[in-house]
Ligand binder design. Structure first.
Ligand SMILES: [Cu+2]
Length: 336
């Protein structure tokens, strides 16, 4: 008490506010600090916001052969390249080799050639069978590299979501919207759920893909994903977005999507990550902006348009510190 002269607190205020010491001591002072802590850490309790039901055949496998319908422009370009020129080239080359093989087997069969030819070199043929594959590869490489470049040149992001892989579930953080976090676990089947526990229904999605909480993003907006992991390597993959990016511990990878069509899209962890690797699905719900804002509000988040609010909130820590002023006697002794 003797160390709390009237003049000192102004100086100590700035010191303790900038240092973690002030926070740890703030938690000791029960009344002053806990409301501020509660406000900054939003909890994700029961989903108050109704989840949309998925559209059959969109965003999940439905038994059809081939790629899922793509809902991003990049995905449409890539799928178009795969289903068009690439498959056509595969078909032509396969047929050509098959016909050539058949012709050779027939024409040069033993019965028709009792004395085999001793031909071993043909310069023209060798040049052709070297050059033609090179040209084929170049024809594939040019559009491929263009596509890759587009994937790795994201437009300015409207929203950033941090995607974190965990053994064995995903968490999604919204740093632009107050920093709240969504924890997403696979929904169990009715027979596997404990009494009273929520189980999967068809409105949630297909078995092994439906989750209790979804990653929710706005439609028509560029969403940047910062992808990392808390433990081992996972992979964040949503086939309908043409998205697959490894989640490495201690490292942040970036990916981005712009989905114009609202809906529900499913994916899975795509890097073998342990015993329950097959049970950490990804469910993404794309909502029109107004509904997305309502969802944000239901989670205690703030729209990014209110980016002035976090900026205004930045000086706010000074206010709790001012309220905790009586506790400043303790930081002073702690620092000394
Ligand atoms: Cu995983």
């Amino acid at each position: 008490m003797a160390q709390a002269p009237a003049a000192a607190p102004q100086v100590n205020l700035t010191q303790s506010a900038g240092q973690p010491v002030g926070q740890s001591i703030g938690t000791d002072v029960a009344e002053g600090a806990t409301p501020a802590a509660d406000a900054s850490i939003a909890t994700t309790a029961t989903p108050a916001f109704p989840q949309a039901a998925p559209t059959p055949g969109i965003g999940a496998p439905d038994g059809r052969l081939g790629l899922q319908d793509q809902v991003t422009e990049l995905g449409q370009r890539a799928a178009g390249f795969h289903d068009g020129p690439l498959l056509l080239m595969c078909l032509i080359i396969s047929l050509f080799v098959l016909v050539l093989l058949g012709y050779t087997m027939f024409k040069f069969r033993r019965g028709a050639n009792p004395t085999p030819s001793h031909t071993s070199h043909n310069t023209l043929l060798e040049v052709v069978w070297t050059l033609v594959p090179v040209l084929v590869l170049v024809a594939i490489a040019i559009p491929s590299i263009r596509l890759l470049a587009a994937q790795y040149s994201p437009p300015p992001a409207d929203l950033t979501v941090k995607v974190v892989g965990n053994q064995w579930y995903w968490t999604y953080q919204y740093p632009d919207n107050g920093g709240f976090e969504i924890v997403s676990n696979m929904l169990k089947e009715q027979g596997d759920a404990k009494p009273g526990e929520r189980f999967r229904t068809d409105a949630d999605g297909p078995p092994l893909l439906a989750t209790d909480e979804r990653l929710v993003i706005p439609a028509g907006k560029v969403v940047k994903f910062l992808i990392t992991s808390n433990d081992v390597i996972h992979s964040f993959a949503v086939p309908a977005f043409w998205t697959k990016m490894d989640a490495n511990p201690g490292r942040i990878n970036q990916d981005w999507v712009k989905v114009d069509r609202p809906g529900v899209y499913f994916g899975q962890c795509s890097e073998l990550c342990g015993a329950r690797h097959g049970y950490m699905p990804i469910a993404v719900e794309v909502l029109p902006q107004a509904q997305f804002d309502a969802w944000l509000a239901s989670k205690g988040g703030t729209p990014k348009g209110a980016a002035t609010a976090p900026a205004a909130a930045a000086p706010a820590p000074a206010d709790p510190a001012a309220i905790e002023q009586p506790a400043l006697t303790q930081p002073v002794t702690a620092q000394n």
